[in-house]
Design a protein around this ligand. Structure first.
Ligand SMILES: *[C@@H]1O[C@H](CO)[C@@H](O)[C@H](O)[C@H]1NC(C)=O
Ligand SMILES: *[C@@H]1O[C@H](CO)[C@@H](O)[C@H](O)[C@H]1NC(C)=O
Ligand SMILES: *[C@@H]1O[C@H](CO)[C@@H](O)[C@H](O)[C@H]1NC(C)=O
Ligand SMILES: *[C@@H]1O[C@H](CO)[C@@H](O)[C@H](O)[C@H]1NC(C)=O
Ligand SMILES: *[C@@H]1O[C@H](CO)[C@@H](O)[C@H](O)[C@H]1NC(C)=O
Ligand SMILES: *[C@@H]1O[C@H](CO)[C@@H](O)[C@H](O)[C@H]1NC(C)=O
Ligand SMILES: [Zn+2]
Length: 503
């Protein structure tokens, strides 16, 4: 810049300083503002006990050390960060922490993929075929199964493995077909949202042949619950697809059978683990279906709700919002319960997009118009002031799933997740893990780590974690009495956690 332009500027600055040096803001006022703002965040008003304060001090130190590292995990892709997180002292503390409930999970991606490969695909009668674009499909069958369109002939895995000297490569390729997690560069393998969503759906199709085989269906769910229980999650709200479950002889069962199986296994699990509070199910259907299929699904949901009043929590849709139909397309079907005077809580995925102003971007407002109980993801919420305000005033919590949003390419650096702003103003929210097995995670702790260390910043503290855990009960579909009971059970676990880790 030319000198003659700069000079008046300098004179002006000097003048300013002379006059305003006398009016430096009052440092006490500054402290008060900082304090006031910090108290507005999630957990900002939680009063910590002495023991909790000691634990908080420890956590704060750990977080500062974590942030000073060259490879800061929340800034990296989760696939590359996972091993770093595994070794983080904050992560091991979060694993031990009683996290309350996991409210946003899908039934086909909650359990260890290696168990599917090493245990399930090694069972007798397991057939595999390879589709013309190199995805795979499975079926268990006592007879040679009928060929599938656009898939190779069915091969019995037992025969295939018997012919091989070394099965490791085959097992690895099967595993890679069942999860998005990869050792390769995820940016190269999944260059766009279109690609990753297509691959994601193919992997679900591969999984579903394995998991909808009746014996595996039961064990997979039990295995999934075990992983959440081990990760100190005491309650689960599961979005369920209720696929047709089949037996070796090809006989099949309906949706009610699948739901009853989930209920039975949940009861069994709770009986064997009395400090586990339980499970409730949200019936889901893919949003790509047409209006008449959607209407049928809502009718089925109403029937299931009537037949399983304690176990069924409500209804939702799955699949990519950006390429799917907006909620508004289904307004007639979604109005059925209200028209018939039956209660059908909705738990809509909405705003899982970073495209502003598209038709599906209206899903947030539409979900609220349909009185949704919570919002799945709500990634786009900060761009919708009215939806945000309604969600806050009505206590419609967001189910924030940081790792899912990163892997599905909505955000790269988890410090920049939109929930950062929402958390700083205590917007109703819970943390969940969506499809942990698909993302190479398990349970809830990895997502808590990303939330707490990533978008929670240096400011979120033990009070924030406590609030998030309590939110998961408060915003659950449990009745007020059940919430009281669950909260009391959680508080006992929390106190034990604090006393064991505060030093
Ligand atoms: C397969 O998993 C089931 C359920 O977890 C377990 O009971 C069984 O022992 C496992 N079998 C093998 C061969 O690992
Ligand atoms: C792969 O094949 C399936 C059908 O077998 C098809 O639905 C899908 O679109 C194909 N995906 C790609 C990426 O071509
Ligand atoms: C089998 O193959 C894998 C991968 O190619 C290799 O790492 C492993 O050492 C092999 N195992 C044996 C026993 O040869
Ligand atoms: C899926 O399995 C097929 C057959 O084994 C293999 O060719 C393909 O590379 C696998 N896909 C991935 C993503 O590993
Ligand atoms: C809706 O989809 C179903 C299943 O794909 C199909 O059978 C039906 O004909 C479709 N209905 C309309 C009105 O397009
Ligand atoms: C949503 O709730 C309002 C107020 O309770 C009610 O009037 C309306 O019918 C509900 N809408 C639906 C679609 O359930
Ligand atoms: Zn989801």
């Amino acid at each position: 810049m030319a000198d003659h332009l700069q000079r008046p500027h300098v004179v002006f600055l000097l003048l300013c300083c002379l006059t305003s040096c006398l009016s430096i803001p009052d440092p006490r006022q500054r402290d008060a503002l900082i304090h006031q703002e910090a108290s507005m965040q999630t957990g900002g008003k939680v009063v910590l006990s002495d023991a909790e304060q000691r634990l908080d001090t420890r956590l704060f130190r750990m977080k500062q050390e974590e942030m000073a590292k060259a490879d800061f995990p929340p800034a990296m892709h989760f696939f590359k960060a996972r091993d770093l997180i595994k070794n983080s002292p904050i992560f091991s503390l979060l694993q031990k922490m009683p996290k309350g409930g996991a409210l946003h999970l899908h039934d086909l991606a909650i359990a260890d993929v290696d168990w599917l490969v090493k245990n399930v695909t090694y069972r007798p009668y397991c057939y595999m075929c390879v589709t013309d674009n190199r995805s795979i499909r499975f079926i268990f069958s006592s007879q040679p199964p009928k060929p599938l369109q656009r898939c190779s002939t069915w091969i019995l895995l037992e025969h295939l493995r018997a012919k091989m000297v070394n099965v490791t490569e085959l097992d690895n390729s099967i595993r890679n077909n069942l999860t998005l997690f990869t050792d390769q560069d995820p940016e190269v393998l999944y260059p766009s949202q279109d690609v990753i969503w297509e691959v994601f759906e193919q992997k679900f199709l591969a999984l579903s042949g394995l998991v909808s085989y009746a014996p595996v269906f039961r064990e997979y769910f039990y295995q999934g619950l075990s992983e959440f229980y081990t990760d100190n999650v005491m309650y689960v709200e599961l979005r369920v697809l209720l696929p047709e479950i089949y037996e070796l002889d090809g006989s099949t069962y309906d949706a009610a059978f699948a739901l009853r199986t989930y209920q039975d296994i949940s009861r069994q699990f709770k009986a064997e683990h009395p400090d586990f509070y339980g499970v409730r199910a949200i019936y889901t259907i893919h949003r790509k279906v047409n209006v008449s299929v959607m209407t049928g699904a809502v009718e089925r949901a109403i029937k299931l709700q009537k037949d399983f009043p304690d176990f069924m929590a409500g209804f939702d849709m799955v699949g990519r919002e950006d390429r799917g139909k907006p909620l508004w397309d289904f307004r007639d079907a979604l109005s059925l319960p209200a028209e018939r005077g039956v209660l059908m809580p909705f738990f809509f995925h909405a705003g899982e997009t970073n495209l502003q102003g598209t038709e599906v971007d209206q899903n947030l407002l539409d979900a609220l118009l349909f009185n949704t109980s919570r919002i799945g993801h709500g990634f786009a919420l900060p761009r919708h002031p009215l939806a945000k305000d309604l969600s806050r005033r009505r206590g419609v919590a967001l189910e924030v799933c940081p790792i899912s949003n990163q892997v599905m390419k909505l955000v790269k650096d988890l410090r920049n997740h939109p929930a950062a702003g929402l958390m700083s103003e205590d917007h109703p929210m819970v943390i969940s893990s969506d499809d942990p097995a698909m993302f190479g995670a398990s349970g809830l702790s990895y997502d808590f780590y990303e939330a707490f260390v990533g978008f929670g910043g240096i400011r979120s503290h033990l009070g924030s974690l406590k609030q998030l855990a309590m939110n998961s009960i408060r915003y659950s579909s449990l009745t007020p009495e059940q919430q009281q009971e669950a909260l009391a059970q959680w508080q006992k676990k929390w106190n034990k956690f604090v006393s064991e880790n505060a030093f």
